[in-house]
Write a protein that binds this ligand. Sequence first.
Ligand code: FAD
Length: 500
Amino acid sequence: MSDPVLIVGAGPVGLVMALELARYQVPVRIVDAMTERATTSRAVAIWPRTLELMERGGDGLSAELVGLGNKVTAANMLADGKHLARVPLDEIETPYPFVLMLPQSETERVLLAHLQARGVEPELGVSLADFTQEGEVVTATLRQADGSEATARYAALVACDGAHSPVRHRLGLVFEGDTLGSDWAQGDFHLSGLPFPVNEFATCLHAEGPAVLFPLAPGRCRVIVGLGPSTTDAPPPPPDRAGFQALLDRRGPGGITLHDTLWSTSFRINERQVENYRVGRVFLAGDAAHVHSPAGGQGMNTGMQDAVNLAWKLALVLRGLATAPVLLDSYDPERRAVGAEVIATSGRLTRLATLKNPLARHIRNTVMPAVLGLAPVRHKLEGDLTETAIHYRDSPLNGISWGAGPRAGDRMLPADGEPPYGVGDTPRFTLRAGPGAGAPPGDLPAALVYPMVRPHAVAGGIQLIRPDGYLALSVAEGEWAPITDYLARLGPARSKGVSA
Ligand SMILES: Cc1cc2nc3c(=O)[nH]c(=O)nc-3n(C[C@H](O)[C@H](O)[C@H](O)COP(=O)(O)OP(=O)(O)OC[C@H]3O[C@@H](n4cnc5c(N)ncnc54)[C@H](O)[C@@H]3O)c2cc1C
C-alpha cells in the first residue's frame, strides 16, 4: 500500500474526501489548523445530486442528513411584495426531489461521525507549514499547536483548505475572477408570520436589492439581503435584528416578524476559479478551487462533489488497480468545467436579482412569470440548481456513446431498489445490459468491474457506468470489445470474474 494521502482542511469538502478515500481503503491523514470545529450555520442548502452521491457510502449518510433537515420543494418569486411565480423543485427524477435545508455545522457533524466510524479522526490544531513534491511523492511539513514540526512523505496532497487556500498560494496558482462591488448580509432568525409553507423558500425582488428567505425549520429562517453598492474597504457589519426587520418589511410580502437573531454576518461576493485544479500530486478541491455567489447555494455542494470525483480516481491509482494517466488528468477538466458553470449560473441569478435600471426591472418582473411557466426553462433552472444536470460530456475519460440514449459523461441513476453505483470498498465500474447483450467476455478485470451485470430497465445496448454514477461508454448489444479495450486502457488489473 502507498504512503497516506494528506488532506489539508477538515471542512465539509475535506471530510467528504477523507470519507470516500477511507471507504476505498486508501490510508489518509486529515489535518486542520482550527482547534475547535465551527458551530455557525454558514451553507444551509444540500441539493439532490449531493445526496445521491453521499448515498454511495452505503452507511446511511444521506438518510441521516435528510432526517435532520427541512425538505424544500418549491421557490416563490415576489417583486415589490407581490407574488410573481412559484417554481416547483420536485419535478426532476431523483430519489431526493427537494433541496435539504440543514446548517453546515450539522452537515459537518454528521460527516465527522461517519468518518470516525471508518476509523479516521481529523487532527485539529495541526497546520500545513510547507510542502514540496518530486515525481509521485509529496513531502509535507505539519506544525502542531505547540509549534513543533514534523516532515513526512505522502502519496498525494488534497488541498481542501478553503477560499484563502495556503496550498494554492504556495503553488503560485492564479485565482482568476473578481469581487463584485456590492455588500450583502445574512442571518438566521426565529420568526413568525411567514406567508409560505415551511417547505417553500422565497426571493423578494425590490429596487433596493433582494431579500431571500430560506426556511430552516418551522419558525426558523435564513434571511439574505442585498445592502447595495460597496463604499468601504471591508463589508460593513451586518444590520441588527431591527435593521433586517426594516429591510424585510420594505421588500417582503409583509406580516413577518423576526424575533431573535441566532447568527448573522456580512459578506462580499467573489467569483473566482483557480487556473488548474491539479499540479502533479497536489489537488485542489472546494473553496480552494472556486468561490462564487451564494445565489443558488452551491458552494459547499460543488466542493463535496469535487471530492467525490477525485476520490475514486485516486483510489484506483494509489491501489495500483488502474494506472492510466488519464484518470488523474481528468479531474481538472471535469471539475473546472463544472465550477465555471456554477460561477456563471449563480452570477446570472445574482445580476437578475439586483437589476438597477427601472425599465429592466419592469421587463424582468413582467416577463419572468411567463418564462418560468415554460417547462423547458423551468427544467433547465431546476437541473442547474439541483446539480442533477452536471455532466462530463467533454471528459477525456469518456469512451464512445451508442444509440439515442444517454451520452458518455451523463449522470446515471440506478433503477428503483438497486444499490447506488460505486458502493463498496473498491471503486468499481457497473455494467448494465439488455437481454440480447450475451455473456460478457471472461477477461474483464474483476478488480475494476462489479461481478453482476445489471439488467436494463428498457432494452438496448451495454453501458459501463463509473463509480461516481456517470456513463463511461455505451455500445450496441453484443459489442463487448470496446468495453474490454476501455478497461484495459485504464490499467494493469487483469483477472476474470464478471458474469451476466
Ligand atoms: C460566514 C459564512 C457563510 C456562508 N454561507 C454560505 C451559504 O449560505 N451558502 C453556501 O453555499 N455557502 C456558504 N458559505 C460557504 C461555505 O461555507 C463553503 O463553500 C464551504 O465551507 C467550503 O468548504 P471547504 O471544505 O472547501 O472549505 P472550508 O469550510 O473553508 O474549510 C477549509 C478548512 O481548511 C483549514 N485550513 C486552512 N489553511 C490550513 C492550513 N495551512 N493547515 C491546515 N488547515 C488549514 C481551515 O481551518 C478550514 O477549516 C459560507 C461561508 C462562510 C464563512
